[in-house]
Design a protein around this ligand. Structure first.
Ligand SMILES: *Cc1c(COP(=O)(O)O)cnc(C)c1O
Length: 405
């Protein structure tokens, strides 16, 4: 056996003299990985401040890589402060944990992202925080549910799966009048379709918080989980930032770098996903197998007028659902989905591969919707394949599994 004292002195591999050159510039940001960061002196350690990003104190509090990603996401969404979390769902949960206490109530749209409802029904309920679901297409229903215990109202535009686009400025106005904070799940709009912090384009109507599943379009690869929480009010940001710190939430440097590398192409990708989704939605509108196309940019779809008013960019995400005719059994619809070759069966969206999921909408809703037809729902997210190839795939699966009446 070797005497441990025989091992060579490798201190030079640890305390190396090399410093990165100050003059080095390149298109992409470096991957700065750290738990520990150094302080030159104890005095410096004691006075360093991380909450305003003026310095570095610990990896969990931020690195050059995460600070730069936060700044760029603020530029994308028109916010001033940003907190990064390990998933989109963690963004929703962090907002709730930062702002709510026992006895408070939150309101969620009935068509909210399912796991956000599960959080309200699970942990929040266990902590003595109650919730109600409101009909996002009826601002009066929201108003009727606002009460002295309401602390936070979630907004989603459009809603998950059924894709109704609400009158977002009106919902925000109702909450404002009541003095209640608004938090928007901004994953669909992604900072591109509309401006969450300037909904009407006149600087007069803004949500308080924008939560974004960066997992979707900012990542763009179907390979990274991350979320952001963006605000414009410093006191509100600090509340969220301190909760974030106490919960010990952080993101990996390589993941942050992946999102940074994808961000410059988000506008091009979003527009491409949008174009393809609209071509497919248009095709579905001509099929007798389909009783309703649920895509807010399609005339006649629930909330189309609200989409036009708020999404003045004319853009929409590459995400839509179709309600198939009630004459089809769930087994037939499942066989149709199984029969698709280019569309992969899987959750999430925003990557290069088109995805499809059949949803049992009835079991996901508490309130009756007057706007969504009866039938069996299938949700599509378009990837970056050609629209023609995707249409051929839909056609072959339909011919095989959805017989015309
Ligand atoms: C995907 C998604 C989330 C959650 O994002 P994850 O990173 O998967 O946790 C939240 N809200 C919406 C609307 C989403 O589509």
């Amino acid at each position: 056996m070797n005497d441990p004292h025989d091992t060579p002195d490798l201190t030079g591999l640890i305390h190396h003299p090399y410093l990165p050159p100050a003059g080095f510039e390149a298109p992409q940001v470096g991957v700065y990985k750290a738990s520990t960061v150094y302080f030159p002196t104890v005095a410096d350690m004691r006075q360093r401040e991380w909450k305003d990003k003026s310095a570095y104190t610990y990896g969990l509090h931020g690195t050059p890589t995460t600070y730069i990603l936060e700044e760029r996401l603020c530029a994308l969404e028109g916010g001033l402060q940003c907190v990064l979390v390990p998933s989109g769902l963690a963004a929703l949960a962090t907002v709730a944990l930062a702002l709510l206490k026992t006895g408070d109530e939150i309101l969620l749209p009935d068509n909210a992202y399912g796991p956000n409802k599960a959080l309200a029904e699970g942990e929040l309920r266990h902590y003595g925080i109650t919730h109600q679901y409101y009909d996002p297409m009826q601002p009066d229903d929201l108003s009727a549910r606002l009460n002295e215990r309401t602390r936070l109202v979630w907004l989603e535009a459009p809603g998950s799966v059924s894709m109704e686009f609400p009158d977002l400025p009106e919902l925000v106005r109702r909450c404002r009048q009541h003095g209640v904070l608004t938090a928007l799940d901004n994953t669909w709009g992604a900072g591109l379709a509309f401006q969450a912090f300037d909904l009407l384009g006149d600087g007069q109507c803004a949500v308080d918080i924008s939560a974004h599943a960066l997992t979707k379009y900012p990542s763009g690869g179907g390979d990274v989980l991350m979320g952001s929480i963006i605000t414009r009010d410093q006191a509100l940001h600090l509340k969220i930032k301190l909760c974030h710190m106490r919960l010990g939430l952080g993101v990996g440097a390589n993941d942050a770098e992946t999102v940074l590398r994808s961000l410059p192409s988000i506008g091009l990708r979003y527009a491409a996903h949008d174009r393809t989704a609209r071509a497919l939605a248009h095709w579905w509108g001509q099929q007798s197998a389909c009783v309703q196309v649920l895509h807010p940019a399609v005339p006649g779809a629930p909330g189309h007028a609200h989409w036009r008013a708020v999404c003045r960019s004319g853009l929409a995400a590459g995400l839509f659902s179709v309600m198939l005719h009630p004459r089809y059994s769930q087994a037939q619809v499942d066989a149709f989905v199984d029969g698709l070759k280019l569309f992969k069966i899987g959750y999430s969206w925003g990557g290069p591969v088109s995805l499809v999921v059949p949803y049992a909408l009835r079991s996901m809703r508490t309130l009756e919707s007057a706007e969504v037809a009866q039938g069996t729902l299938v949700r599509f997210s378009t990837g970056l394949e050609s629209a023609q190839a995707l249409l051929s795939d839909l056609q072959q699966a339909m011919q095989a599994h959805l017989p015309t009446a």
